[in-house]
Design a protein around this ligand. Sequence first.
Ligand code: MCN
Ligand code: CUM
Length: 805
Amino acid sequence: MNDLTPDRDDRVAKLKGLGCSRKRVEDARFTQGKGNYVDDIKMPDMLHGDFVRSPYAHARVVSIDASAALALDGVVAVLTAKDLEPLGLHWMPTLAGDKQMVLADGKVLFQGQEVAYVVARNRYVAADAVELVEVEYEELEVLVDPFKALQSDVTLREDIAGETSGAHGERRHPNHIFLWEEGDKAATEQVIDSADVVAEEMIYYHRTHPCPLETCGCVASMDKVNGKLTLYGTFQAPHVVRTVASLLSGIEEHNIRVVSPDIGGGFGNKVGVYPGYVCSIVASIVTGKPVKWVEDRMDNLMATAFARDYWMKGRISATKDGKITALEAKVTADHGAFDACADPTKFPAGFFHICTGSYDIPVAYVGVDGVYTNKAPGGVAYRCSFRVTEAAYFIERMIEVLAIELGMDAAELRRINFIREDQFPYQSALGWEYDSGDYHTAWDKALAAVGYDGLRAEQAEQLAAFKRGETRKLMGIGLSFFTEIVGAGPVKNCDILGMGMFDSCEIRIHPTGSAIARLGTISQGQGHATTFAQILASEIGIPADSITIEEGDTDTAPYGLGTYGSRSTPVAGAATALAGRKIRAKAQMIAAYLLEVHDNDVEFDVDRFVVKGAPERFKTMAEIAYAAYHQAIPGVEPGLEAVSYYDPPNMTYPFGAYICVMDVDVDTGEAHIRQVYALDDCGTRINPMVIEGQVHGGLTEAYAIAMAQEMAYDDMGNCKTATLMDFFLPTTWETPHYTTDHTETPSPHHPIGAKGVGESPNVGGVPAFSNAVHDALRPFGLRQLHMPHDHWRIWKAANDLGLHD
Ligand code: MCN
Ligand code: CUM
């Protein structure tokens, strides 16, 4: 034993544990072209699949003639619904309890829908063959407006035309999917109808798309000799894909290996199950060869999971002095052709009923009508925490409208209605139990940081100058305070297709004191390999640099529900900490044996166990690991491994205060962002630098969504934004500068007090940008302007307000 005990602070620093801005270990390969994405996977004799897609949004498929395509040299097969039908795979179940056509079965319901699957020697031949497949269509009336769809005689989903109930209860119309309600309707109406002040508004959160840099794709490889199916793919939940693939194909689950390699951004786009996966598996089984399918950009934008498309009719009431008394939300949710939303099963509107936000609202009601239209299916996806983005936008707009109604400053209106620190754990009117928060401190810090009062004074001066004709720019101050809900979670009320939403971590300590930990989650850019090693480093005293984190291979990783809903830290992060504690408990027994004292006479200190009261007597974790494998210890099994499956008792409720200041040019419609301040509270911070990166990325997506990005359709159901010429993806040129800040209110139920953060900046960012636009034009009577606030729409709003007269 050496007595050159390094200084304790040095030992802590060497671990690079909790709170350390450790550099991302994955970046060496990402920045040097050494990532391994699905399209990098190449196998001998691999074939390539591509889809014939519908040019029409609603049409009957009269005939499909693949003879010319099949005659093309290099074409191996063309699959249609007829080929899949005998296998029962022409339709597939969706995550939302609906079913979806894998390949067009009699009709098509959205532009870009998969009609036939061409398998060829290479991608180029496949693309040529797609052009040669002759499909005859008979056009049908198109419904792109959910309100009209609910009035129409046209039945979109003929397959369920006669069914008066679906997975989520009664269907009131052939194009109606569900009505989902939460809260006390009668009491809410009664309070609002007799209130001093009521603000009412229709708020639309437009349809958009996650658009990750890497599109969706997979490689299916059926080994007919060994009966093993290997599926590589861009999956945010590989274990769920394995289970679903087994249930659908009848292949026993141990014979299926699902691997998510490096993923180039998911943002929710890669949670769902797509026809491309099913067709590739079938094609590999039929041909006996590996089959690769990778979307191009248009495929991705037109056909895979969209986001939002929520029409939210709100009413909010208050006393004359601004105390909110009730909130009502009646939502019309456009789900497109199939209800393929990725939510926990019991929540067809996700966690939208977090829409009372950060405010102590005594009574509330939410009713959400899901509707079929001739648009792409999917839904929820896009840094959303299961519809929390819509909820936060809704309440943060309603607060602004109420402030106008009350003639009150919107910052003050928020402050007097915040849930107070002493009210946590807080029971919301819509059924949530908020775990912890300190909103007033965060708000005051944010307002002070931007110099709120000074900004308002400057804004007033600029308005006066505008009115004097000295400037054509108006200043807007966009306020946003959000409460997130992440970490699904609790198995008792959160499942996906019956699979409870726990998560897992399995750790093996190697004899020489390094380790590997495997998790049920999968990083898509969030830096799990960096941050989960930090949790472990602090728990078990082995440096993060000596711990490999592995995810995404179902043959090796413990079963988990994957990465979305910012659940990795709240759930798998908790499992990691608890598995670490199991390692530590065993290490303690080994240390006590080696030090010849009783178990309770040693205690953990950073990277070692020391004898209580005798700090010079210790065993480092490396020494303990060695002994675990090389020394017979009475009553203790050899080895040092642990596994933890964690079912969280509650979700975590991160929150934040975001403020955006911009100048709106009423003549050009341009919005120049002056500053964006973002204060996040995600409880205990594992890696401040990674958190900042998450916030920057999410704010950039929020900026895009609020200011220009949308999935737009014309009346014929043509998708008008299926390329990056039309769909706005911000580059560094457009991206504003961000200032990040934080407070730290630990979660009381999470083993290390951490809450999720991955989606917070999108949830809080969109209202901040949007409210700034509204705030700039508010002196001229603007109450509500639908997003995205692109130059044209801002110009149009200014024009409508008479500012060009
Ligand atoms: N973190 C931390 N301290 C905390 C909370 C989180 O250091 N208190 C770190 C975590 O350890 C992790 C990262 O921040 O490295 C994000 O953690 P978490 O909030 O748990 O979210 P997930 O890992 O579950 O990621 C999912 C979330 C979602 S749902 C979307 S959508 C989104 C997002 O992450 N997609 C992303 N951020 C993304 N970032 C990238 N680069 N790519 C995506 O596709
Ligand atoms: Cu809602 S997008 Mo994320 O949960 O993968």
